[in-house]
Design a protein around this ligand. Structure first.
Ligand code: PLP
Length: 223
């Protein structure tokens, strides 16, 4: 196995078995993504619809068998149709307008699984629902029958020392827990997606059951 496969396998072995790993593949080539899949990766995260389409087009259907694509970047409403064709799950539902747009474009065959993106630190530069608005937001999801909320996705502020991010992961877990206790139609808190290359260990300690790893698998991005 090459370097990418080795990195994937090492991180996978370090994670508890119940924690799912999303391979964050933004700006990586189809060949690089194929190496991760060959090593066992089963969820590919992309930030752009175009990149997911490209990977799907370039890789053999046999290789993609059993591999899910998750949208983890900001989704523009005019890209919703294409996103629904390219992705199995949208992790980045970050506004009511987007949720409604996704709901409207689904034909109602079976609801599309989504996560609600939380702007856990209330950063101006980030998308997502503010913690204080999450409960009301989830209540609005009850009327959107074509989407199924399966949990939350959070992106912590950049902290050089991942220990400093612990407070945000803890906040996410608290939001996840409190959302689990008040049942809302079409909302189920199963997945808590948080933690990236240098912060995933702390995120898992604080309750993440899905982490999103890019750099630690592929190496530094080239842009
Ligand atoms: C790029 C990205 C990641 C992975 O970040 P790394 O530091 O490269 O592991 C995780 N989540 C989202 C939403 C991303 O855009």
């Amino acid at each position: 196995m090459g370097r990418i496969g080795d990195n994937y396998s090492r991180i996978r072995a370090e994670l508890p078995p119940a924690v799912e790993m999303v391979v964050a593949a933004k700006s990586r080539s189809a060949g690089e993504v194929a190496e991760a899949i060959a090593a066992g990766a089963r969820i590919i995260g992309e930030n752009y619809v175009r990149e997911a389409e490209d990977i799907r087009r370039r890789l053999a259907p046999e290789l993609l068998n059993g591999v899910a694509f998750h949208m983890i970047g900001h989704l523009q409403r005019n890209k919703v149709n294409k996103a629904l064709a390219a992705f199995d799950t949208i992790q980045s539902i970050d506004s009511l307008r987007l949720a409604r747009a996704v709901n409207k474009r689904m034909d109602g065959a079976s609801p599309v699984p989504v996560l609600v993106q939380v702007n856990v630190a209330g950063e101006e530069s980030k998308y997502g629902i503010k913690p204080g608005e999450l409960h009301g937001f989830l209540e609005c999801m009850a009327s959107l029958n074509n989407i199924k909320v399966n949990g939350l996705m959070g992106m912590e502020p950049y902290c050089r020392d991942p220990e400093d991010a612990r407070v945000y992961f803890r906040k996410m877990r608290e939001l996840f827990r409190s959302a689990s206790t008040s049942p809302i139609q079409g909302v189920e808190m199963r997945t808590l997606s948080m933690g990236m290359s240098h912060s995933h260990a702390v995120a898992v300690e604080e309750g993440a059951n899905m982490v999103r790893i890019g750099t630690a698998i592929f190496g530094p991005r080239k842009y």
